[in-house]
Design a protein around this ligand. Structure first.
Ligand code: SF4
Ligand code: SF4
Length: 466
């Protein structure tokens, strides 16, 4: 809280930014309409254009350029931006959330079913979308990108048209990108805080102005806040206000910001499945395993495995010399789920060891509480790895400048190092909040450091090449 005795102690910069956004918030709709146009062009135009010639690049061919815009600019920058801006993308720019909310306004407004509200739904949504994107070849084929993003847009509109009353049910419960942004927005430098907070901690309510069902006077966590500025009224004493904070501050004090077991597990799972989605493309061991399964299937007359699969489920583009068999589908899905399971198991075991040591040394809280809180220490290293690995194209144009490929590796290595150091720092702060003196914190930190390095080991081919 920054208001003492009715005096606003925020910086003039914060107040000016708040005033600016409050003044302009009624125009956000037009920005989102424009972004819907951009979405249609980026997703739709490439399927109308002929395939790019082999020697073309992002500056000489519109298909390559639009693909770079999507995967090289939008994807990494939206994730990177949460560290500074939180979920500003969601509240002001995203056409999908806006379309879903518009559909809700004129839709059936039915009660939100329990399966949508289940804590595990966003994790499942992210895992399914990531797997589906890989089997479709979403990065390489404009038709696949149009199908996946277009289909997701239609689903968001359908969910908006069916459930909730003047709410964004899709954004709160189902959007695969939203949950990831929500998790990492806890690291962000902005927060929306009640001027006078009621006790009881963050709560869910379908009453009130918040489109993502936050009980505004009790708000104490960032993850569901899409920064729409609707709750901000500088003149009202009981309103919400914009505040700036040190990046990572919410995770340092995660005990006071509704640490959530489902979210901690989601952090392990999403890091693992994203890593699997990267590694199958680059590891020679994946090709060896695929070969082995294929030979086994032929020797044992499991013929269906070597048949071409349906194009709505996997990549079937004979003109581009890529046609997936059921073998590829099984291998990609199995490899990604296997990687997810291994990474989750390793991080969970290391976190459990750290928890046991911390509690033995005097950390307060149950095993589950200390485990959940320590799970958040991996957030920075997981975020940096995601940006370096899946947003690798962002830095690729630097290859052709004085920076060169060596320089690109140095930048990636630097980003990863920032992630590791930040994770260690957060681990230390979380242990401090659990009541451990400085001299007792280094030992329970060791498993956390090992976990961060393990994540880096997984993304090694993305950071430094094979
Ligand atoms: S939660 Fe998803 S659909 Fe909603 S605004 Fe954010 S990115 Fe867009
Ligand atoms: S808390 Fe306020 S700014 Fe955040 S989503 Fe709810 S209404 Fe919008």
């Amino acid at each position: 809280m920054t208001e003492v005795g009715g005096i606003d102690s925020r910086s003039s910069f914060t107040r000016n930014v708040e005033t600016l956004f409050v003044r302009w918030r009624r125009h956000f709709g037009w920005v989102q309409v424009a972004m819907f146009g951009v979405f249609l062009v980026v997703i739709g135009l490439p399927i109308l254009l002929p395939d790019p010639p082999a020697e073309s690049g992002i500056l000489s061919n519109p298909t390559h350029f639009l693909s770079y815009l999507l995967w090289g600019i939008w994807f990494p920058l939206v994730f990177l931006s949460v560290i500074v801006l939180g979920r500003l993308w969601c509240g002001t720019l995203c056409p999908m959330g806006a379309a879903s909310e518009l559909a809700n306004k004129y839709g059936l407004q039915r009660a939100i079913p329990g399966w949508i509200k289940w804590e595990g739904t966003p994790a499942l949504s992210f895992i399914i979308m990531t797997l589906y994107g890989q089997t479709l070849g979403v990065r390489d084929h404009p038709e696949a990108a149009a199908g996946l993003f277009g289909g997701t847009m239609l689903l968001a509109i359908a969910i908006g048209g069916l459930y909730g009353r003047n709410k964004r049910v899709w954004c709160r419960h189902l959007c695969p990108i939203g949950r990831v942004l929500g998790l990492y927005s806890r690291l962000g430098a902005v927060q929306f805080t009640p001027k006078a907070r009621l006790s009881g901690g963050d709560a869910y309510t379908e009453r009130g102005a918040c489109p993502t069902m936050i009980d505004l006077p009790r708000k104490c966590e960032s993850r569901h806040c899409i920064e729409c500025f609707r709750c901000v009224n500088p003149k009202a004493a009981g309103s919400i206000r914009l505040e700036m904070r040190r990046p990572g501050a919410e995770v340092e004090e995660i005990r006071d910001h509704r640490a959530n077991p489902a979210e901690a597990w989601f952090l392990f799972l999403d890091t693992g499945v994203a890593l699997g989605g990267f590694l199958w493309l680059v590891l020679p061991q994946y090709q060896a395993m695929r070969q082995g399964l294929g030979v086994w299937a032929i020797q044992n007359h499991v013929d269906w495995i070597t048949r071409i699969g349906p194009s709505w489920l996997m990549s079937v583009h004979p003109a581009r010399a890529e046609t997936f068999l059921w073998l590829d589908f099984i291998m990609i899905v199995g490899f990604m789920l296997g990687t997810m399971a291994v990474l989750t198991a390793v991080l969970a075991c290391l976190t459990a060891v750290g928890t046991m040591i911390a509690r033995r040394l005097g950390a307060d809280g149950s095993f589950g509480q200390v485990f959940t809180e320590l799970g958040y220490q991996y957030a920075p290293v997981a975020l940096m790895s995601l940006i370096i690995g899946l947003g690798a194209e962002l830095l690729m144009p630097l290859r052709y400048t004085f920076v060169g490929m060596e320089g690109v590796h140095v930048i990636r290595g630097g980003l990863f190092l920032i992630g590791v150091v930040w994770s260690i720092w957060l681990g230390d702060r979380i242990l401090r909040r659990q009541g451990l003196a400085p001299s007792r914190r280094w030992l329970p930190l060791v498993p956390g450091i090992a976990g961060s390095l393990f994540v880096g080991f997984g993304w090694w081919p993305a950071i430094f090449g094979l």
